[in-house]
Design a binder for this molecule. Structure first.
Ligand SMILES: C[S@@+](CC[C@H](N)C(=O)[O-])C[C@H]1O[C@@H](n2cnc3c(N)ncnc32)[C@H](O)[C@@H]1O
Length: 209
């Protein structure tokens, strides 16, 4: 653990035990634990929900459920999260985490490709958290804007992409290209107001006007 992370942890309130359990299990049972949104982004999402009090939240990219639990812990009575995840290999881990956090009734877990599912959701959202395939961020954005209510927010994770997007010569890989294109489209879209919060790997906070 980096020194700053140790300091942040020792000077912040303890996380919900379900999140500590999930982080440990994700480390033990998967080889991609670095994909977890983690304590700082998770706590930010929880606070955002506590302040905004959204009725309907959508998540793109659930992995083992860390951000989904964080969001659900911040929801008010009646608030609901639809969590979309492409692969169902971690279904048991996700569902066990939801139960341990006591949020299973607040979340609908939906497996499949977000690009195919979003147009069929048939409802409007107050808040959408994007954390799926970086190559597909521009596509997600167009789809999400159709189902986001005016005054609602999109929060997109990893928009600084380890600093690659602002390097002198950004690498030419598809993930970096996806994030660069996403940030450009958002900046040029007159339907929204946005800023990039340099929290961990960068959150693009986007408000639909
Ligand atoms: C960075 S991880 C998500 C981490 C998660 N938000 C957390 O806090 O632990 C990205 C996830 O997006 C999923 N994914 C990738 N493309 C997707 C798509 N088109 N539709 C739905 N999920 C997708 C991947 O399977 C992966 O589990």
């Amino acid at each position: 653990m980096a020194e700053i992370e140790r300091y942040l942890e020792s000077n912040s309130s303890s996380l919900h035990p379900a999140l500590l359990w999930l982080e440990e299990q994700t480390n033990l049972r998967t080889s991609h634990a670095r994909m977890l949104s983690g304590p700082v982004v998770g706590s930010f999402l929880k606070t955002f929900c506590e302040l905004m009090k959204p009725d309907n939240v959508l998540e793109l990219g659930t992995f083992t459920g860390y951000s989904a639990i964080s969001i659900a812990l911040g929801l008010s009575e009646g608030g609901h999260l639809d969590a979309l995840e492409m692969r169902d290999i971690h279904r048991n881990l996700i569902e066990e985490g939801f139960r341990r956090a006591g949020v299973e009734s607040k979340i609908s877990l939906i497996f499949g490709d977000a690009k195919e599912i979003i147009p069929k959701m048939g409802k409007k959202y107050d808040l959408i958290y994007i954390d799926a395939n970086k190559r597909e961020y521009p596509e997600y954005y167009h789809l999400c804007m159709d189902i986001l209510r005016p005054g609602g927010y999109i929060i997109a994770d990893n928009v600084l992409w380890d600093g690659k997007v602002y390097a002198d010569n950004p690498p030419k890989d598809k993930q970096t290209a996806g994030i660069l294109e996403f940030n450009r489209i958002v900046k040029e879209d007159p339907r929204v107001e946005n800023y990039i919060l340099p929290l961990r790997d960068g959150l693009n906070i986007i408000k639909k006007l």
